[in-house]
Design a protein around this ligand. Structure first.
Ligand code: ZN
Length: 88
């Protein structure tokens, strides 16, 4: 007996920047996550600093929100692309 077969998947999900979101289908969630990853990227100039000073730990930041990389939105999006909203 699998409890997961009796309990429906969660209807809402807490998404950074959006709040609790109810997806109409897994594809919608994946599409949104891909869009997040397209705009939330590591800051290129900070990566250059890492190359110039390899012995120093440089904090790469997100180009979109300025948070330390990976930002919480990119972290969520990466996870969302590897999990299919409780369907697996
Ligand atoms: Zn970000």
């Amino acid at each position: 007996m699998e409890p997961s077969a009796l309990i429906p998947p969660p209807r809402g999900e807490s998404v950074p920047g959006l709040g609790v979101v109810t997806w109409n289908n897994p594809g919608e969630r994946v599409t949104y996550a891909a869009g997040i990853l397209a705009v939330h990227t590591p800051h290129a100039t900070k990566l250059t600093a890492v190359l110039l000073r390899p012995l120093l730990t440089s904090r790469t930041t997100c180009t979109r929100c300025g948070d330390p990389w990976p930002c919480n939105r990119a972290t969520w999006a990466n996870q969302a692309l590897h999990t299919q909203d409780g369907t697996q």
